[in-house]
Design a protein around this ligand. Structure first.
Ligand SMILES: NC(=O)c1ccc[n+]([C@@H]2O[C@H](COP(=O)([O-])OP(=O)(O)OC[C@H]3O[C@@H](n4cnc5c(N)ncnc54)[C@H](OP(=O)(O)O)[C@@H]3O)[C@@H](O)[C@H]2O)c1
Length: 217
């Protein structure tokens, strides 16, 4: 399988690239900083250099062409509202449009729990981020693509446990980036899971079992 990751140098993106390569998949993606070329090449990834803010649609479609699945795990990471809108919002729209143009229907979006951190009374920038992510979910879920939206809880960098809670509704807690990436890899290899919004938290179910349970619903 050939998978294209938008945000391939990110915390989730790079972990996912490594896991997919280890499973024998072909992996490529979009990255914006040429300093990262060496690291990507070292794991067997030949990615396309380009900035999601300014990339020409033809450049993105050329980069994606031939892929079996797109994963969008880019994000402005708490930047200004303008950057959040440009990456987490318009970046998703551009990627959906490019995937449709080149006929790639399988599309995975890393989103967020809409009710994340309700109890913390977060600032306006965070509320804007949540709104932009929700609009991206709406756009993808209303498209004709074969989509899966994965909403992880708050991300942690501790080593993965290989176990999770995955379902259409979960309580927002935390989850390790390793486990998010491993869940995405399993979902990518489970075509029966389609047109679903899934919420992901730390938990005690082995990842393959959790994804298997969703696919048999
Ligand atoms: N943080 C949380 O607790 C949390 C919880 C739930 C969901 N999420 C979502 O999870 C997703 C991924 O998280 P993560 O930890 O992997 O994030 P991350 O480490 O910040 O990675 C973001 C990726 O997006 C790329 N990117 C940003 N701006 C770009 C641009 N203009 N052009 C091209 N690429 C660009 C980054 O590239 P560079 O390497 O060049 O910066 C990086 O590869 C995000 O969509 C986020 O909203 C986060």
């Amino acid at each position: 399988m050939k998978v294209f990751i938008v945000g391939i140098t990110g915390g989730i993106g790079l972990r996912l690239a490594r896991i997919l390569k280890a499973r024998g998949d072909e992996v490529h993606g979009l990255y914006r900083n040429s300093n990262q070329t060496k690291e990507l090449n070292s794991i067997g990834v030949t990615a396309t250099l380009g900035d999601l803010l300014s990339i020409e649609p033809e450049h993105l479609t050329d980069a994606m062409r031939g892929s079996n699945a797109i994963v969008f795990s880019a994000g402005a990471g708490g930047g200004s509202n303008t950057m959040t809108k440009a990456i987490d919002g318009e970046g998703v729209s551009k990627s959906i449009a490019a995937a449709r143009l080149v006929g790639i229907s399988r599309f995975f979006l890393v989103s967020v729990f809409p009710e994340a951190w309700r109890e913390r009374h977060m600032d306006e920038g965070f509320e804007h981020y949540i709104t932009v992510k929700k609009h991206a979910d709406i756009e993808l879920s209303q498209s004709d693509l074969d989509w899966v939206i994965l909403r992880p809880s708050a991300l942690k960098n501790e080593p993965g446990t290989g176990t999770i809670n995955l379902g259409v509704a979960q309580i927002h807690t935390e989850v390790r980036r390793d486990d998010v990436a491993a869940t995405l890899a399993e979902l990518i290899h489970t075509p029966a899971v389609s047109r679903k919004i899934l919420e992901l938290t730390e938990g005690s179910t082995p990842i393959s079992k959790a994804v298997g349970a969703i696919s048999s619903h």
